[in-house]
Design a protein around this ligand. Sequence first.
Ligand code: AMP
Ligand code: TRP
Length: 342
Amino acid sequence: MTTEATNSKFKQRVFSGIQPSGGLTLGNYLGAIRRFVDMQEGGIETIYCMVDLHAITVWQDPAALRHQTRELAAGYLAAGLDPKKSILFNQSQVPEHAQLGWVFNCIARLGWMNRMTQFKDKAGKNAEKASLGLYAYPSLMAADILLYHATHVPVGEDQKQHVELTRDIAAKFNHDYGVDFFPMSEPVIEGAATRVMSLRDGSKKMSKSDPSDASRINMTDDADTIAKKIRKAKTDPEALPSELDGLKDRPEARNLVNIYAALAGISPQAVLDQHGGQQFSAFKPALVDLAVDHLAPISTEMARLMQHSDEIDAILRDGAARARAIASPILQQTYDIIGMLR
Ligand code: AMP
Ligand code: TRP
């Protein structure tokens, strides 16, 4: 059966999540949050989650976790997520995630989990010391998605394998129980900024875990800090080319062009049409203006929201109630299919 045929009975629904495991970078904003916000305008139901149960697969200080969860919510809201158009909630406030996650632990096979590259990356050399939760992480992620029968999952390139595993779990469940109950969810990976790179090293992903703060723009950075980091960003001595081909072996230059394109909402080629032939001494100030115009109001609004955490908490409580209204009947039907007593 094709994906289309399998999915035709399911209403289109978008689901995605981000871990509240640290500060938010320009990579999170361009690669995830801003795309989530854009999708809420498409007439499809959109559901976005802060996955705190995923965050604790590695150690999180409790006070820091609470702070980071609120800060992530503030990031979504400041970037334009409208809680009237989308459902925004915190994973642990909807217990059905953990419940369906357990069912999927019994569907997923050890062999499938052993192929997950993120586990290998995160566990490192000492996998024996990694938590069992880190190993089971992708099956909880499948539960997040399938608890809402989500058809579309916007994610970065690094999450593609987990969405494919979600489809394997859905297919095995449907097959084992002889039902057509879970959809084949599609990853949505698109845009100029699916991989925003470090400002200090164009071969490394921009990441909150990079020891150098100069390597990233944080969503909480103020205008001066954003300007300073872009001015200091690593580049090469050449002028910008007029064609994309000319960026091939120039990862730092390509990254700044991609960032410009994503912020301006134009293609990288359109950036070169406007700026090809310019030296970085001319291009960087243009990028600073664009980045500050775009990002400074977001960091200001995040700071305001963080002063009103009761506002954030109320939005999340409301979001959890609306999420549960969808999730709870799907979990109940799952239990019925499996043969659990009511
Ligand atoms: P993480 O903070 O790594 O848990 O990622 C949260 C979301 O942001 C995921 O959808 C990632 O794919 C996306 N993301 C994180 N870093 C980047 C980056 N440097 N470029 C593009 N997307 C990113
Ligand atoms: N694993 C994702 C990440 O690290 C976060 C995540 C958890 C997620 N559950 C999800 C993303 C469901 C999309 C859909 O970025």
